[in-house]
Design a protein around this ligand. Structure first.
Ligand SMILES: C[S@@+](CC[C@H](N)C(=O)[O-])C[C@H]1O[C@@H](n2cnc3c(N)ncnc32)[C@H](O)[C@@H]1O
Length: 321
């Protein structure tokens, strides 16, 4: 005697589960549209000229078979081709699409879809026509005051070691460290370094070092870029410091200085803030940089921030010869 056990043979292949959804022209038209752009149910209805219940029914099938996914936006749902279709399903879809793309409804769908997308662009253009006057405030409110400058971070070279010299509380290192290989922060104030340590905790590529700008605790040619932001006016002999910074830069490396232009804020202001210099004439900074062995010197005044009460700033950049 022997017994025969039947195994449960339900398939777990995502491809087989998805196969049947493609056997319908309307669903393949929907997929072809959603592959190119997200669309709502009503946009699909107007492009395909099919009643909403029918489009909704097909969307339900395509969603449950994993071909498409949706995101909610207020009262609308925006459908798109699923982000993570496995290669076999994508290959299958490519074959089906090639087969049907040249047929009639697909061509007119494509034309009408252009109109729908055009309408959407017009809506966004209309928003900015109305919002131009309040966009700066709106951007700051929605994304923070530094969002306008976020694209500049993409200009940083990921291979760089950046020196943040006179780092203070580490604000620059905080912003820059995710985009470069390493940031070496130097400051002589234990209190400032303690604040920077708290801010930069858990950043493995940030190196905080106690030390003086006049004798930097940095190896010869260790840095690709050295930044002195709002620190030079605390330094008794800027020319000496610039020569010391040059030592730490590789040949061709860059120095960037942001500091105050010469100002008339008075002795009380200098004393209160511990400043040594009442800002700088930019031709003096240019001479110091030249004498310290830098070339390709660029100097620019920075436009004052309307909310700022301090003296206006300049930016100097140069490369180590
Ligand atoms: C005004 S804070 C600017 C900090 C930071 N760079 C910023 O933009 O927020 C100047 C910093 O430079 C440091 N500093 C001033 N002179 C220095 C020197 N000779 N050596 C090292 N650090 C110095 C001060 O301790 C202070 O933290």
């Amino acid at each position: 005697m022997f017994s025969c056990a039947y195994m449960n043979t339900t398939t777990s292949s995502p491809l087989l589960e998805r196969l049947s959804a493609l056997g319908d022209e309307t669903r393949t038209r929907i997929l072809a549209l959603l592959e190119r752009s997200e669309m709502t149910v009503s946009e699909l209805c107007s492009v395909m000229q099919i009643p909403q219940p029918s489009v909704s029914r097909h969307l339900k099938t395509l969603t449950s078979d994993g071909w498409i996914e949706a995101r909610a936006d207020g009262r609308s749902r925006h459908y798109r081709l699923a982000d993570k279709l496995e290669p076999a399903s994508l290959e299958l879809w490519r074959i089906v699409r090639e087969e049907v793309a040249a047929t009639d409804p697909f061509g007119s769908d494509t034309e009408r879809a252009k109109g729908v997308l055009q309408q959407r662009r017009r809506r966004s253009a209309a928003f900015f026509a109305e919002a131009a006057g309040r966009w700066d405030d709106l951007r700051a409110e929605l994304f923070g005051s530094s969002a306008a400058f976020a694209p500049l971070l993409g200009l940083l070279d990921p291979s760089w070691t950046v020196g943040d010299l006179g780092t203070g509380t580490g604000a620059l290192a905080d912003t820059v460290s995710p985009f470069v290989r390493r940031v070496v922060c130097v400051d002589r104030s234990d209190e400032m370094l303690a604040a920077a340590r708290i801010r930069l905790e858990g950043r493995p590529n940030v190196d905080l070092r106690a030390g003086e700008l006049e004798h930097l605790p940095v190896e010869d040619e260790e840095l690709d870029v050295a930044v002195l932001a709002l620190v030079l006016h605390y330094v008794v002999q800027p020319a000496t410091v610039l020569a010391e910074v040059r030592r730490t830069l590789r040949p061709g490396g860059s120095i960037v200085v942001v500091d105050m232009r010469a100002h008339q804020h008075g002795v009380g202001y200098l004393e209160d803030m511990g400043h040594v210099w009442p800002g700088f004439a930019t031709d003096m900074v240019e001479r110091w940089l030249t004498d310290a062995g830098f070339g390709a010197i660029r100097l620019a005044s920075l436009r004052p921030d309307l909310d700022a009460s301090g003296p206006p700033l300049f930016l100097a950049s140069a490369t180590r010869k």
